[in-house]
Write a protein that binds this ligand. Structure first.
Ligand code: NAD
Length: 308
């Protein structure tokens, strides 16, 4: 679809990826952001967008955010903790939000949806993992929730005419990222530049993508991919180990710490220690990331060290 001049709703648009997506869309489109600011920052929403503060688990809020005039919905609102002591609550809230969005779109005849899923739907799959890899066996309730929501979206795509793009993200990094490995290392090293504790054995190895590439790819795929339902991995062709991230962050901060490890092959229960997604489908649609995984980590470390 051609996104130019469209009326767009972005759920979770005050969050990390959402605020960058809104920055990208707001100049050319009529953008409405809905976010309850549980993990978002209203000051990150550009003035050019309309901001509605509200909880997407509430159907009345969704009714205000999605109307018969809405051309496309980018549904990013979610709680995203893989390691949470309240997995059921998170699963139910995320599933309720996606169901609310789909029901409202069906009710008013809005027929285009972009959804942010995750590499976690694949579980511990062989790498690089293509979109048609099966069986999908997530190892966290967060990943199971994303898979369940993908199933609901498939239903509405095939039986209710809502064209959908499902983006399975690698690890997205860049300005405004919080609660993830790069900002955590920056904060730890600011507290103690001589010594840092690393979760796991440091050998976890994953693909990192810069948020500018991520939103660029989302817009490209929505404009390029036809058909009722498109799943598309968003990542880089390379990976970066946790030890390497620690080295890059140390270098950016100009410190030289010794590392200590909590041990084991993963950081927490449900962590997938090795992840690299196939990006052949993305390349086939005409898009390649500008940065490697290491480049994305370094740029994000530099940007985050300025704002933290
Ligand atoms: N950042 C990543 O590396 C990554 C990886 C895989 C998938 N994703 C997915 O991408 C999306 C965006 O992630 P992000 O990193 O920007 O996270 P984020 O937490 O920064 O953004 C999510 C936004 O949703 C909002 N939100 C949460 N619950 C809400 C509710 N009930 N009602 C209204 N708003 C609510 C939060 O306040 C936040 O602003 C999420 O769906 C996430 O699961 C992100």
């Amino acid at each position: 679809m051609d996104l130019h001049g469209t009326q767009v709703t972005v759920t979770g648009g005050a969050g990390f990826v959402g605020s960058h997506l809104v920055e990208r869309l707001a100049p050319d489109n009529d953008v409405l952001v809905v976010d309850d600011c549980a993990n978002g920052d209203p000051s990150a929403v550009p003035d050019a967008a309309t901001f509605l503060e509200g909880d997407v688990t509430d159907p009345a809020v969704v009714a205000d955010a999605i109307t018969a005039q809405t051309d496309v919905v980018f549904h990013l609102a979610a709680a995203k903790a893989v390691d949470t002591d309240r997995p059921r609550e998170q699963f139910e809230a995320n599933a309720a939000m996606t169901y609310n969005v789909l029901e409202r779109m069906d009710e008013v005849g809005a027929d285009a949806l972009a959804y942010t899923s995750s590499s976690t739907v694949y579980g511990e799959a062989p790498r690089p993992t293509p979109e048609d890899y099966a069986p999908l066996e997530p190892i966290s309730a967060y990943g199971a929730g994303k898979l369940a929501e993908e199933g609901l979206i498939s239903t509405y795509a095939h039986s209710h005419g809502i064209q959908s793009w499902v983006f399975r993200f690698a690890n997205i990094v860049g300005p405004r990222l919080r609660g993830a490995v790069i900002p955590d290392f920056i904060e730890k090293l600011r507290e103690d530049p001589d010594r840092m504790v690393i979760l796991g054995d440091g050998k976890q190895e994953k693909s990192y993508m810069h948020v500018e590439d991520c939103v660029d790819a989302i817009v490209h795929v929505v404009e390029a991919a036809e058909g009722p339902l498109t799943q598309c991995n968003l990542g880089t062709r390379t990976t970066t180990s946790v030890d390497r991230i620690a080295d890059i962050v140390s270098d950016v901060l100009g410190v030289d710490p010794t590392y200590e490890y909590t041990g084991g092959d993963r950081g927490w229960t449900g962590d997938v220690p090795r992840m690299r997604l196939s990006v052949e489908k993305l390349a086939g649609l005409g898009w390649e990331p500008d940065r490697s995984s290491d480049d994305a980590v370094r740029q994000a470390a530099e940007e985050l060290s300025e704002e933290l």
